[in-house]
Design a protein around this ligand. Structure first.
Ligand code: DX5
Ligand code: ZN
Length: 229
């Protein structure tokens, strides 16, 4: 019932294919794919070409987190490159409803991402077009940052909104969190209402050896915390 989504931002890019396969074989659920454009965020990462390259290596959901502005052209490119889920920041789209519809029209699940200071109000009129709500628990742009504590309150508020919607529509929307998630805090984050957890440095930083099972223990440790939350 909980989803663990390692962010490949912290993977060894000289061996990216192995890093994707190993983390899924070690028990992770999704591959979180961080796309940055040096415009919406002050960093530059990977694009649709890399998504298409890893697509044949795994059946796992490729969860594309767009930190780019504008978004529509990249939605089309990532849908074509094999993404399963595409999320974007409302500040980065001039027409949020249209961008959400575009994601679904191209066969993917859709989500909105909220920066630490972005209000949840953007959800109010588009709930029916959303499969995932992603709350940033760091300011986007870099891996390895500290979890921002106020995200716990925001998770509770988002969980309440999503539960009210689920009661009325019968449809479940996942609540995802991204940034600074670790073994030490994942239980508390789950108690605040999250059901999908992005972790970059905590997972890929856990071990550097070339053992294909080296992520088993870190993923098991995260899951154990979720079970005992
Ligand atoms: C930050 C990215 C995150 C990041 C998470 O802009 O969206 O997905 O890679 O990394 P950690 O888990 O190291 O905070
Ligand atoms: Zn991300």
């Amino acid at each position: 019932m909980f989803i663990i989504a390692p962010s490949i931002l912290s993977a060894d890019f000289t061996r990216l294919g192995e890093e994707v396969v190993n983390v899924i074989e070690s028990g992770a659920d999704w591959i979180h794919f961080d796309v940055m454009d040096n415009h919406y965020v002050p960093n530059l990462t990977i694009g649709p070409l890399v998504c298409a390259a890893i697509r044949p290596l795994t059946q796992a959901t490729i969860d594309v987190h767009l930190m780019v502005k504008p978004v529509d052209q990249m939605i089309l490119a990532f849908a074509k490159a094999g993404a399963n889920l595409i999320t974007f920041h409302p500040e980065a789209s001039a027409h949020i409803d249209r961008s959400l519809a575009l994601i679904r029209e191209n066969g993917c699940q859709a989500g909105l991402v909220f920066n630490p200071a972005t209000p949840l109000d953007y959800l109010d009129y588009v709930m029916d077009k959303i499969d995932v709500v992603l709350l940033m628990s760091v300011n986007p742009g870099f891996g390895g940052q500290q979890f921002i504590a106020s995200t716990l309150l925001k998770l509770k508020a988002a969980r309440a909104k999503l539960e009210a919607y689920e009661r009325q529509s019968g449809r479940k929307i996942l609540l995802q969190v991204d940034g600074g998630v670790k073994v030490e805090n994942i239980a508390e984050i789950a108690r605040a209402g999250a059901d999908a957890f992005v972790a970059g440095s905590a997972i890929y930083g856990a071990s550097k050896a070339s053992d294909p099972h080296r992520y088993d223990s870190i993923i098991a440790a995260l899951r154990a915390e979720l079970v005992n939350r």
